[in-house]
Design a protein around this ligand. Structure first.
Ligand code: C5P
Length: 224
């Protein structure tokens, strides 16, 4: 039996990649599987939380009982987050791999091959930083981000914690092929302003249980 100690809490979690349209048939995206975010949603629901899972396009099954919101672009994901947290949530976890850039202007017709040139230039502009916007707007009591890095993991993660105004950042090294993107296992380091914790490498659903406990403890200690 699992203690239902998150009953009455609303957790909002983003997961998966975003998909940015180039034209009606093409897009820019990434290899995020959504597994970590979906596992966190399941683990929070198992303890009684109400979970809204805002997900980019993924190949995995939605956890039973979650309020699912399917989105494609980062703009859509931000709008869905703001709508879900019109009343501030208890916890927001940004596990989505948001595309950094989108088309400055997506084409409304399929782009045609130009027979006279071997090059094409797409003009991209920065996507909104979803988590930084939500932190700024205080949409949740506790805001947790992920940092997938291939080098200087700790240094970059700490930078993101401060710059984005987060309470906690969960960092992992995606240059390792045995963990992270598309894998069933993950090894992370949890960083807050006061503490650093590196749980052992574990299956994403096992790790999710530990992370939910860690997030809950952080929230409890903040309330005192
Ligand atoms: O991509 P980056 O390393 O900056 O991601 C760190 C955190 O910020 C992640 O939690 C990610 O979900 C979030 N993020 C976001 N909006 C972006 C880029 C990242 O919410 N445009």
């Amino acid at each position: 039996l699992i203690k239902q100690d998150l009953t009455g809490q609303h957790w909002v979690i983003t997961a998966g990649p975003t998909m940015e349209a180039i034209d009606p048939v093409r897009y820019i995206s990434n290899h995020s599987s959504g597994k970590m975010g979906y596992a966190l949603a399941s683990a929070a629901m198992a303890r009684g939380a109400t979970v809204t899972l805002i997900s980019g396009p993924v190949q995995i099954t939605a956890p039973a009982g979650a309020n699912m919101i399917a989105v494609k672009s980062a703009d859509d994901m931000l709008a869905a987050c703001q709508q879900s947290m019109a009343t501030p949530a208890d916890v927001f976890i940004g596990a989505a791999a948001v595309a950094d850039f989108k088309m400055k202007t997506a084409n409304d017709q399929k782009m045609k091959k130009q027979s006279d040139t071997d090059e094409v230039t797409l003009t991209l502009v920065k996507n909104p930083d979803i988590i930084a916007t939500l932190a700024e707007q205080k949409r949740a009591k506790i805001i947790i981000g992920f940092a997938a890095e291939t080098q200087n993991v700790m240094e970059y993660a700490k930078g993101k914690l401060a710059r984005k105004g987060l309470d906690m950042i969960i960092a992992n090294d995606v240059s390792r092929s045995d963990i992270g993107f598309n894998q069933d296992e993950n090894q992370v380091t949890v960083i807050t302003k006061e503490s650093i914790w590196s749980p052992d490498k574990a299956a994403k659903h096992e790790l999710a249980i530990q992370l939910v406990e860690c997030i809950h403890q952080h929230a409890v200690s903040r309330r005192h």
